[in-house]
Design a protein around this ligand. Sequence first.
Ligand SMILES: [Mn+2]
Length: 322
Amino acid sequence: MDNDFEKMAKELKTFGPMMVQNPYCGIPTFFGLPFSENCEDLDIALVGVPFDLGVTNRSGARLGPREIRNQSRTVGAYNHHAKMTPCSSYRIADVGDVSFRTVYDLKEALEDIREFYRDLSSRGITPITAGGDHSITFPILQATARSEKAGLVHFDSHCDTAPPIHGSGLQHGSPIRNAVESGLVDPERTVQVGIRGSSEVLWRFSYESGMRVIHIEEFYELGWKNVVKEIRELMGDSPVYVSFDTDCLDPAFAPGTGTPVAGGMSTFEALQTLRGLSGLNVIGGDVVEVCPPYDPAGITALAGATVMFEILCLAAGSPALK
Ligand SMILES: [Mn+2]
């Protein structure tokens, strides 16, 4: 390794040898960042939640965190758009995966997720997550939302505000409704972006509670710059959580997901929208629903890893950490 490069790398608050290894070498942590088992002295934790008991259609998102780790080795740690690296100012680590007492009981498993994030929250650590299906966002919010209700920037093709389906209100079609009904998220500071498809009848709650729903057609009519402007105005300086369901992307860009819906945005448009949120008071975020069995070329996991890195950069630029 070049001496200057090595010196520069060691001036970072977060540095590990794998960050300068070839991407196919070593243990695939998120972005090659150090692994930390005990979460000590961290500002930001990168967490895997290998779980998909909440799906209503194709399973396999439990394999998401591992493939996102694999693909993430060519993503980060420098953000060319923001001209920064989150490693310069903060201590960040891959803290591994949530472990489960059981993966055969949805309610109990979600409790395990909540407890894992409560531990992070009690230490003031900002969590950035790779899922897993979207049911995991509710227990993460239970642990992460503070005394003030969080705003929510929610990328998805579905609103995920359904009433209980097939006997469960905890499956991946309802986490946003659950978060609002539990008083964790302010529906009037919630923006749902990329919405489309045949399940509109299930999402009355979004409209009745006052969420801003931006269907994909309106996203294209407005353009991502205007969407960013509107999100920023709505979020203001208050806490914001970012939840990114990979199925907001068109299946051409993200075929490996549990409930794909044709006619979505491109990966670039999603990245530009995320980048536009820099400086918001981001308290955490997740990328969910990467489903490797339907992702033969790793396209979706690469998109997921890239989105996860952008959310990490949002957290690193957030006043929540200063
Ligand atoms: Mn979703």
